[in-house]
Design a protein around this ligand. Structure first.
Ligand SMILES: [Zn+2]
Ligand SMILES: [Zn+2]
Length: 261
């Protein structure tokens, strides 16, 4: 079993390559199931990133006929934010048929977390805690997602020599996040992009998630082109298994299908 449940094609505003090329790359790498989670962003005043879901559906269905051994799923990654952001996202998605929705935080206090400016004047502990507290705060506003995307997004572009995220960085916020997810039938994602070229992290985070009742995760590369399709998914599965997580999930029509780790 080899799934990539977080990928961006050219239907994302920042996607680099055609869905057809990405599916070809996935097929060559033995991926059994790929989910396209193109960006739906209303998380910043004036920002309105929305994929052409109708065109994407037609293209992905045609690709499905060309690659009958691979399951190709229709997903979205929705940026979480305030009530207005959640309302705009839901208005855009309400009538779109999707298999899977990721909810992710990309903007904190009006600043993009990938921008250098986010980290200015903050040490690692402050920057990480602020991000995770924002995640805990924003989750309830948009109840239409299935998994929390990249809880460690704050590490992806962080300027610190050791970028790793640990449970102790924000224990209270992590527990609040896990209680919300577990209590509302949602789950965590392991996103391999945050690691960049570093060793995997997150064992302590996943163990606590498990202790509080977390049963399953999804795994995704967060690739924006062909190069990283399926990248480090095996390591993510191994990490989840070692942390005691029982299942990795795939999704169809919003329903998780569990695969034992
Ligand atoms: Zn994201
Ligand atoms: Zn993404």
């Amino acid at each position: 079993m080899f799934f990539d449940y977080h990928t961006h094609s050219h239907y994302s505003f920042d996607g680099e390559e055609a869905a057809a090329d990405m599916v070809a790359a996935a097929s060559a790498r033995g991926i059994e199931e790929i989910c396209f989670t193109d960006h739906v962003d209303f998380d910043f005043p004036g920002r309105r990133h929305l994929p052409d879901f109708a065109s994407r559906r037609r293209e992905l269905e045609a690709l499905g006929r060309r690659y009958p051994l691979m399951a190709i799923r229709h997903g979205a990654e929705v940026s979480l934010g305030d009530e207005a952001c959640a309302e705009a996202a839901w208005a855009a998605l309400r009538d779109v048929e999707l298999d899977f929705v990721i909810g992710s935080v990309h903007v904190v206090d009006g600043v993009d977390v990938w921008a250098d400016r986010y980290y200015e004047g903050q040490n690692k502990a402050e920057a990480y805690r602020r991000y995770l507290e924002a995640v805990a705060r924003m989750l309830p506003a948009f109840p239409h997602f299935h998994v929390l995307g990249h809880y460690d997004f704050v590490a992806k572009y962080a300027p610190y020599p050791d970028r790793s995220v640990t449970l102790e960085d924000a224990l209270d916020a992590f527990e609040e996040i896990f209680r919300f997810l577990i209590g509302n039938g949602k789950a965590m994602e392991i996103n391999t992009a945050s690691w960049q070229e570093d060793a995997p992290w997150g064992m302590d985070v996943l163990r606590r998630y498990r202790e509080l009742g977390g049963e399953y995760v999804t795994v995704g590369s967060d690739t924006h082109g062909t190069e990283r399709v399926g990248a480090r998914i095996g390591e993510a599965m191994e990490l989840a298994r070692a942390a005691g997580i029982r299942y990795v999930a795939a999704f169809q029509n919003g329903e998780p299908r569990m695969h034992k780790l």
